[in-house]
Design a protein around this ligand. Structure first.
Ligand SMILES: [Zn+2]
Ligand SMILES: [Zn+2]
Length: 303
């Protein structure tokens, strides 16, 4: 089952050095989830050849422009391309108001429905669920109410051993129950324990997006064991005071979050425009958490 992340934009507030504002695409088995939608996101989708037909869910972390200024352009293009499929947008309540002002004054009649899901940044909540995946909010601490997003695969069904189906003459009607963990009673009334019939499902995979935030550890427990963690890393050590002042994080602090959360892999991004070269950001993070990677635009991370 495909589960990967494409970085579309990874710079902080000001686009610089050919880097663009925050935006990412998460692909789960062909379904696309857009996470933040900084200015120019639709051009980035084109550049990396990402088809929009399967994009039905957009998640916006907060209302600083570098995280949503691309939305009005993207939605307008959807409309011009005769999109009819409903679109779900998860974000702060005021986002709906902002979008409606644009559509009102441009006299735009949308051909598709937008369902806004208002997110509050008070406590983690389940905001999306389908048969395979769920999304929880992560409460971050920034100058505006801000949430991250925690994408978690649901635990799959147990794998039934093919040879046991023949051995115990298991009927088709019993298979689903056994995959869910039930024991099996054979034709002689003998109970075959589930453990003899099945093996464990693969461990669920997960991805957490944390941007923007000052260095906090309050969500570390929630993310324990996360597969891939994206954490903003706007500054290097030298600018730690500046990070605190502007409610951002250094790359070393981001690495400390990854370490405490026992993440498998860390991706850092939201780089300050003051750094053309990102080596020091990476180096300082890797001193704490060696499995750190830069969110270079166009990179695809497997989850
Ligand atoms: Zn930002
Ligand atoms: Zn911000």
């Amino acid at each position: 089952m495909q589960f990967d992340l494409t970085i579309l934009g990874s710079n902080g507030a000001i686009p610089a050095h050919d880097r663009h504002p925050s935006s990412q695409i998460l692909n789960y088995n062909g379904n696309l989830f857009l996470i933040d939608c900084g200015e120019g996101t639709q051009f980035r989708l084109n550049k990396f050849n990402i088809k929009r037909g399967k994009l039905d869910h957009i998640f916006i972390s907060h209302l600083h422009g570098d995280h949503y200024f691309g939305l009005i352009g993207l939605l307008t293009s959807f409309n011009l391309n005769w999109r009819e499929t409903p679109l779900h947008i998860y974000g702060p309540a005021a986002l709906e108001e902002i979008m409606n002002v644009h559509f009102k004054h441009s006299q735009t009649q949308l051909k598709f429905q937008i369902h806004y899901h208002h997110i509050s940044a008070d406590e983690p909540r389940l905001i999306y669920e389908d048969e395979a995946l769920e999304v929880e909010t992560i409460i971050l601490k920034h100058r505006l109410p801000t949430t991250g997003f925690y994408f978690k695969e649901k635990k799959g069904l147990r794998k039934i051993l093919v040879e046991k189906i023949a051995e115990y003459k298991i009927q088709h009607k019993d298979i689903t129950g056994i995959k869910k963990g039930a024991d099996f009673t054979d034709e002689n009334g003998r109970i075959i324990p589930n453990a003899e019939l099945t093996t464990d499902p693969p461990a669920p995979r997960s991805y957490a997006y944390c941007s923007d935030t000052v260095f906090i550890e309050s969500f570390v427990e929630q993310l324990k064991g996360v597969g891939l963690l994206y954490h903003e890393a706007t500054f290097v050590d030298e600018h730690t005071a500046r990070a605190l002042e502007t409610f951002h994080t250094t790359s070393r602090q981001a690495a400390s979050v990854a370490l405490q959360a026992k993440a498998q892999k860390l991706v850092i991004g939201h780089f300050s425009a003051r750094y053309e070269n990102l080596d020091l950001l990476l180096h300082q993070a890797r001193e704490v958490f060696p499995e750190t990677h830069l969110a270079i635009e166009g990179t695809v991370f497997q989850i």
